[in-house]
Design a binder for this molecule. Structure first.
Ligand SMILES: C[S@@+](CC[C@H](N)C(=O)[O-])C[C@H]1O[C@@H](n2cnc3c(N)ncnc32)[C@H](O)[C@@H]1O
Ligand code: SF4
Length: 376
């Protein structure tokens, strides 16, 4: 399925100002002693990959962890190093994730100069009590100041992340967070339903019964989200992602629509043709391996064409692009059933999730990961 140069590059920055109790992304508290070695390792990994892969990025995404946990000088070093190594003539979107506690005008302005043109900032909530429940390192006022700084630095494409179904959160609190976010007029809003991820402090509290989950409550908040954001002119182009026209995140869309991508840094995934690998989720081990001149893959697997197609179906279904009907031909019986039951709607050549279908997207997608029922 791979053809031509790789168009999408991800860089994982594993540092955070403070580790949040619900989060399972690979990260660690910032450690000054490790940082320079890590930055050199990312650049060396890029050199290593470019010996065998051709890269011409249309999108770059710096995620984490918290890329903005790096200092301005460190970001300068890393981004300038990347610029010197890459053909950026086709670059359309360069996103960097920020935590509101790590934004300064100097940093934001330098990022803009270096070519970053999209910022994704984790606000989560505007409610002070809920920010504390979430163990966030910033308060609402700081998040608002940081947003203003991003605008002052010239960013005209900003995403704000929000979370719902947070313990103790009321429906009014969620509505208020949506309203406050809409009033700031970001170009993009990601609204995630809290998931209790294994190996997090929240998961431990959940298994003890301290926190509970209620699917119908989550569904109510999800419906409120869709109603309010679509009413305010944000198109829901993926289950958790809403954007003003023309502001969909091109990088994430590329993942969801099944493009090849290269990931650099600890824990980063890559998928190129029929091969997928993940780097070791350990910053010291990652840096050591790359410094020794070897790859830092923790595992690698073959993803045969039919499995990649199944994954493409599952992801594309979550988007407003839908899935070509011909891809679903082996499951035509199941598709007809989902249409009859109001989970799918369709045109002659494409199939989409209805609002009802979006509530149970993961369960529906499971159908297309295995052979159709009647063919087994
Ligand atoms: C890598 S973080 C974003 C940037 C930055 N690290 C921050 O937190 O401000 C990506 C986003 O994933 C979401 N997220 C993290 N853990 C989650 C969970 N357990 N359930 C739902 N959303 C989660 C949060 O909205 C978070 O902003
Ligand atoms: S939510 Fe963001 S800041 Fe918090 S631990 Fe996860 S990556 Fe770090």
């Amino acid at each position: 399925m791979s053809s031509g140069p790789i168009r999408h590059l991800y860089v994982h920055i594993p540092f955070c100002p403070k580790v949040c109790p619900y989060c399972s992304f690979y990260k660690e508290a910032s450690d000054r002693n490790k940082t320079q070695g890590f930055l050199d390792a990312v650049l060396a990994e890029l050199d290593l990959r470019q010996r065998s892969l051709e890269l011409r990025p249309e999108t770059i995404f710096f995620g984490g962890g918290t890329p903005s946990a790096l200092s301005t000088a460190q970001l300068d070093y890393l981004l300038a190093g990347l610029r010197a190594r890459l053909d950026l003539s086709q670059l359309r979107e360069w996103t960097l994730e920020m935590n509101p506690a790590t934004v300064s005008l100097e940093k934001a302005s330098r990022l803009r100069q270096l070519g970053v043109n999209r910022i994704s900032m984790g606000v989560q909530s505007w409610d002070e009590g809920l920010l504390q429940v979430l163990g966030r390192v910033h308060n609402g006022a700081q998040a608002q100041r940081s947003y203003a700084i991003l605008r002052e630095a010239g960013f005209d494409n900003v995403n704000l992340d929000l979370m719902f179904a947070v313990p103790t959160q009321t429906r009014d609190q969620w509505s208020a967070s949506l309203e406050k976010t809409i009033a700031l007029q970001p170009e993009h809003i990601s609204a995630y339903c809290l998931t209790y991820e294994e190996d997090t402090a929240f998961f431990a509290r959940f298994t003890k019964g301290e926190f509970t989950q209620d699917a119908s409550w989550d569904a109510d908040l999800f419906e409120d989200t869709m109603d309010r954001l679509s009413g305010a002119g944000y198109g829901q182009y993926e289950i958790s992602n809403y954007a003003r026209e023309g502001r969909d995140c091109l990088h994430n869309l590329a993942y969801w629509l099944g493009a090849d991508y290269l990931g650099l840094g600890p824990s980063a995934f890559s998928t190129v043709g029929e091969r997928r690998w993940q780097n070791v989720a350990d910053t010291s081990a990652y840096t050591g391996k790359i410094q020794a001149g070897t790859h830092a893959e923790a595992f690698s697997e073959s993803v045969p064409g039919d499995l990649r197609r199944s994954e493409q179906i599952a992801f594309a279904l979550r988007t407003n692009r839908g899935v070509p009907r011909e891809w679903l031909e082996p499951w035509s019986r199941e598709v007809a059933e989902f249409e009859r039951d109001g989970f799918f709607s369709g045109s002659q050549d494409r199939v989409y999730l209805t609002r009802r279908g979006k509530m149970v997207a993961d369960t529906l997608a499971q159908t297309f990961v295995s052979a159709p029922e009647h063919a087994r």
